[in-house]
Design a protein around this ligand. Sequence first.
Ligand SMILES: [Zn+2]
Length: 378
Amino acid sequence: MTTTAIATYCCPTCGRTYPADRPLWRCACGSHLNLAPGRGLARNQIVAGEASLWRYAAALSLRSPPRVSLGEGWTPLALRDWQGVPVHFKLESQMPTGSFKDRGTAVMINHLLEVGVGAIHEDSSGNAGASIATYAAASGIPCRIYVPAAAPRGKLVQIAVSGADVRAIPGTRQAVTAAALAAAEESFYASHNWQPHFIEGTKTLAFELWEQLGFRPPDNILVPTGYGSNILGLERGFDDLERNGEITARPRLFAVQAANCAAFAAAWAAGGDRFVPFATAPTVADGIATPKPVRVAEVLRGLRRSKGGIVAVAEEEIALGRLGLFVEPTAATAGAALTRLLRDGTIGLGQTTVVVLTGSGLKAAERVGELLGIGAAP
Ligand SMILES: [Zn+2]
């Protein structure tokens, strides 16, 4: 990997720019920041012998080779039959910490190490917290994670076992974020929802799908969506490929939400690109129960630009498929959405469709057991 120029942060709200040579999580105006487009990716830049996302290091906005890697990325793409239709399942559940978050975390943490970050903290419904706590431990930096008190026990254990300081916050997901924001003076807020280097990492999902499908983009990609970092990463990754002339067509992106907590679906239905208030109810898909996403306009723009859409699935639709793929309920929402898109003809039989399975079933084994009627031992 060659040393690259310092990347640039751009504020989408006020237009300020900053060199990405320091730990920074938001603009002086309070907005989140984005990374300026990078050089993109050409297929002759792929390091074919590297079985991780670092095979695409040439396209990442980092200045030096990674200091920390747990072998994240290059996950299997399994072709299975879904109700008579061949569908590719992207097994992000097979990442080092069991969820897709490791893509974003690995790139974000390596950026933060490059710019000399000290102690960090983060708020998470579970998977991002487990991912960041694990990579912080691997990097030797202190880490504190704010989590919902009601998060699945397996996720809390995974965070705690890394040695991170776990702060369980009662109340809503938003209360957890508020606690983390209040701590921004104590340590660096390494939020996967604010840090654009997290999206820089998730863009490698686009590269992998393109490469694993024989250097062709699929027609459709379904993604369980809470904050939208996979939607934004896919858009950024396909931008990188298009800029280098590697693709001429773009996949339709479908964000899948739990109807009980569907911020993007509410904004989409309202026809605008802004957050609109909406009613929430508990959902088994805890990983995407996001009442207040950070990048609402950008995610909606990405979905519209791709000519895709949003599918909000009801609790009773979130069934656990018996395909030999053990995923958490959050990831199972994508199967429910696929069923609906096939039934209404939005997705055609001859198209290439990818379903992103974002997290392992082992993350939520207790909750999956409850769904199956398997009670706890007395
Ligand atoms: Zn700004």
